[in-house]
Design a protein around this ligand. Structure first.
Ligand code: ADP
Ligand code: YYY
Length: 224
């Protein structure tokens, strides 16, 4: 089984998807981490992030390992553990430049699909990002568009990274979503996707709803 969770920044995709995977005994893939890893590597090498060909070459050359264990997340790039480094505000500020590079997307989608294929042999995977239902795994059995209103998303991110100024917070949520929307459709539900508005739901409630939908979907599949 593949469960796709897409949505804007701060809607709760990572925490919800990880919670659902833990509860249902599935693997978990944070596709945003792959874009962050390429960003980290390009910055570390001092590449001009506007040089799309050079950054795309970096994406192809990068040796990347992304954990799919929902209980033990890590990202290793060219032998360096960058699990914490990719969450730094400096990476969040520029990651959209890399995520809007279509050659980078091509390479990372290829890698994401290989990880998803591997996970199918162990029962399935919850995959979260921006384009999972529409591009990466269009055959996902369950597709969720997770939303929350802008104020809730900014408040959540602010609570998570207390050092951010109001301007930085707005940049990370509003400006980044606007830039990312130019290459992926994650503001409107695609065909067959269920929209869950998490503004007034707790994390546990969202995990409950998606887990229940997954069980229903899987039971329907067995009846066919
Ligand atoms: N339904 C919810 N209610 C309140 N806080 C939430 C909810 N879902 C997630 N959060 C919190 O909001 C923050 C951002 O969530 P995250 O999963 O990183 O979002 P995304 O992956 O969509 O950017 C985290 O601190 C998380 O614990
Ligand atoms: N499938 C995906 C996943 C992430 N991205 C982009 C969108 C974001 O700007 C970056 C980082 O994604 P990530 O999910 O880590 O971002 P946030 O958790 O919302 O801060 O990558 C994408 O374009 N496609």
């Amino acid at each position: 089984m593949i469960i796709a969770v897409d949505g804007p920044s701060g809607s709760g995709k990572s925490s919800t998807a990880r919670g659902v995977a833990t509860r249902l005994g599935l693997r978990y893939l944070d596709t945003g981490a792959t874009y962050r890893a390429v960003t980290w590597s390009a910055v570390e090498r001092g590449l001009d992030l506007d040089d799309t060909a050079a950054v795309a070459q970096r994406a192809r050359d990068l040796e990347l390992e992304v954990s799919t264990d929902p209980g033990r997340q890590f990202v290793v790039a060219d032998g360096t553990d960058i699990t914490a480094a990719i969450r730094e505000p400096g990476i969040s500020e520029v990651v959209s430049k890399i995520a809007t590079n279509l050659d980078v997307r091509h390479e990372l989608i290829r890698r994401q699909r290989a990880i998803i294929d591997d996970a199918q042999e162990t029962g399935g995977i919850v995959v979260e990002g921006r384009d999972i239902a529409t591009v990466v795994a269009t055959d996902a059995e369950l597709k969720v568009l997770l939303t929350a209103d802008q104020d809730a998303r900014m408040a959540r991110r602010g609570a998570e990274v207390s050092s951010l100024t109001a301007d930085q917070l707005r940049d990370q949520i509003v400006r980044r979503d606007a830039d990312d929307s130019t290459v992926s459709e994650f503001q409107v539900a695609s065909d067959g996707a269920v929209t869950i508005d998490s503004t007034d739901l707790t994390l546990e409630e969202v995990i409950d709803v998606i887990s229940r939908l997954a069980k229903e979907t899987s039971a329907q599949g067995r009846e066919l």
